[in-house]
Design a binder for this molecule. Structure first.
Ligand code: FAD
Ligand code: NAD
Length: 164
């Protein structure tokens, strides 16, 4: 199994897109963010999620230092933000943080999670950071979707709300 075949196969697993954020203090200058789709709901009781971060990504050390991270699940019109936080397009003017529970999150996202790291597992060239969800907030809207290396917006046909 080659890395290329892994990407081709796993790229067929459609996912949402998140920006993972962390900060050492409530000072905007200490905020670091990156785009991640390796995000998973893990447990409801206790409420746990995980993000899988490449060992070579700066985010890995930043999460370790802060012991906390935020997850913003992006809305369908936030592809430019996702490219910015993947280092693929520099668009700092689009970036607006809101602070919740001392964690920076991206304005306009569908969901905000404020998490405390409870475990960090090495896994190959990534590290799995398991976070306990301390608080969450959500809105209705269309999600940004990543599929076969491209972004799409999922229209919820004939419905105003996801479970409407
Ligand atoms: P950098 O590359 O330095 O930062 C990322 C970008 O965010 C830079 O452009 C930087 O300027 C900007 N930025 C950071 N902080 C701020 C701030 N405070 N204000 C404004 N801009 C800021 N990698 C994974 O490890 N796991 C994944 O699950 C994952 N999923 C991905 C999904 C998609 C759809 C894409 C496109 C990429 C994904 N990546 C993933 C790759 C990852 O997003 C990039 O490798 C990223 O560049 C790694 O970030 P870094 O922490 O090394 O920091
Ligand atoms: P792609 O075709 O590389 O991604 C398709 C799928 O392959 C992803 O959804 C993911 O499941 C998997 N994948 C890709 N790179 C991976 C990695 N380094 N580690 C583990 N799984 C990976 O999509 P693209 O548009 O070429 O991606 C843009 C950049 O973002 C690339 O550099 C890619 O490596 C990176 N990326 C990393 C991850 C990750 O680390 N989990 C996920 C998605 C994209």
């Amino acid at each position: 199994v080659t890395p290329l075949h892994m990407r081709k196969a796993l790229g067929r697993f459609a996912s949402g897109v998140t920006i993972v954020t962390t900060a050492e203090s409530e000072d905007e200058a200490s905020v670091h963010g990156m785009t991640a789709n390796a995000f998973t709901s893990v447990s409801l009781d206790p409420p746990l999620v995980l993000v899988s971060i490449a060992n070579r990504a700066k985010m890995n050390e930043r999460i370790r230092e802060a012991g906390r991270y935020g997850v913003s699940i992006l809305a369908g019109d936030q592809e430019p933000l996702s490219l910015h936080f993947a280092g693929a397009a520099n668009q700092p003017d689009l970036v607006r943080f809101v602070w919740r529970k001392g964690v920076p999150l991206l304005e306009g996202a569908l969901v905000h999670l404020a998490c405390t790291v409870v475990d960090s597992h090495p896994a190959g060239d990534h590290t799995l950071h398991v976070g306990r969800v301390e608080r969450l907030w959500y809105d209705d809207g269309h999600p940004l979707v990543f599929y076969t290396g491209t972004f799409r917006s999922l229209e919820l046909q004939g419905r105003d709300e996801p479970w409407g």
